[in-house]
Ligand binder design. Structure first.
Ligand SMILES: Nc1ncnc2c1ncn2[C@@H]1O[C@H](COP(=O)(O)OP(=O)(O)O)[C@@H](O)[C@H]1O
Length: 315
């Protein structure tokens, strides 16, 4: 028998990708273990559920379990903070309402898009891979997102003693939803909805102050009533004078990339709505107009409208 000579070049070509793959699998399972540990710790306590029927919900199941408003301020040891998720197309306003609710309920607002942007600005090892993905409007691989989320939860718990959360932009795929469902109990999923014609304009109008990080929107949405749809007016959210000269636009908020993100949302993220609908956790909320009007109605839908801190959070 003659042995073929060893082709070291070929072996190297095969081995390196295998090592990389094995390494990313290890990182993924370590992140999963961390995520599971962090979130399991949060699920062991019981909480109060208030059954209510929301006049703003278009959900097929009219009743949905929502935490009683008193729970956020009542942090006795046998109750835990809310674990909510925001779903919705790019530009719908997830960040705006999730951030307001997080202040109101005193839980962290964790936006996976922000985690990705932080990673990009840190110029870490993932930077070039992530830049390409984000600037094409594609989704970041699940293992990277789980890793970033686990890290964020861990820092929040260890450094600030955080508990509970409002997730914004996660889960975005059925696989992410299954992973999350496997490690913790999500109480409520708020699905924000806005007419398609407003979404692109709202993404293109987004601006951030490069100094203070404040978020604004220069788009003025003024849709006339037609085919039975009511008119809709959303005034721009303009920056104060000291931010006006420092506004920047996200590199992925170009028309081409936003259209791709909307396409991917419909393909990959919309099924996540159904995932939570069949589990009775989905609250559908159609945004009626600008922030003041929508915020008031969202609080009513969540039964939080008489919460003691409502006024200061809305300011
Ligand atoms: N859960 C996630 N899964 C995969 N990719 C994500 C996720 N969250 C954020 N990203 C990436 O970060 C980008 C920005 O996210 P985000 O700020 O939530 O944007 P959007 O305005 O589209 O809701 C996304 O286009 C995607 O590339």
């Amino acid at each position: 028998m003659t042995l073929a000579p060893i082709d070291f070049q070929r072996q190297r070509q095969l081995t390196i990708p295998l090592i990389r793959f094995t390494h990313s699998l290890c990182v993924f399972y370590t992140s999963m273990a961390v995520l599971s540990r962090l979130l399991r710790a949060r699920t062991t306590t019981s909480y109060t559920i208030l059954r209510f029927s929301s006049p703003y919900s278009t959900s097929s199941s009219s009743e949905i379990g929502v935490l009683a408003p008193t729970i956020a301020s009542n942090k006795s040891s046998d109750r835990r903070n809310v674990q909510w998720v925001f779903l919705g197309c790019p530009g719908v306003g997830k960040g705006t309402y999730a951030s307001r609710l997080s202040k109101l309920l005193d839980v962290p607002h964790i936006a996976t898009g922000d985690l990705v942007r932080d990673e990009l600005s840190s110029k870490g090892p993932l930077c070039s891979q992530l830049t390409e993905i984000v600037n094409q409007g594609k989704l970041v691989p699940d293992e990277i997102i789980i890793n970033l989320l686990s890290h964020r939860l861990q820092i929040g718990e260890e450094a600030k003693g955080e508990s509970g959360f409002i997730l914004d932009g996660f889960p975005r795929t059925i696989r992410q939803a299954e992973i999350l469902e496997g490690v913790t109990n999500i109480d409520l999923v708020i699905n924000l909805k806005l007419r398609e014609e407003a979404l692109l304009a709202k993404c293109l109008g987004r601006r951030t102050c490069s100094q203070c990080g404040g978020n604004y929107n220069v788009a003025c949405i003024d849709i006339k009533a037609d085919h039975g749809n009511p008119a809709m007016y959303m005034p721009p959210l303009l920056p104060p004078p000291h931010c006006a000269s420092k506004l920047i636009t996200r590199s992925d908020d170009t028309e081409h990339v936003v259209k791709e993100r909307l396409r991917i949302y419909h393909e990959k993220s919309q099924p996540v709505e159904e995932f939570y609908r069949i589990r009775g956790k989905l609250l559908e909320f159609d945004l009626p107009g600008g922030i003041p009007e929508s915020w008031t109605k969202l609080l009513q839908a969540l039964n939080l409208d008489d919460h003691e801190d409502t006024r200061s959070a809305a300011a």
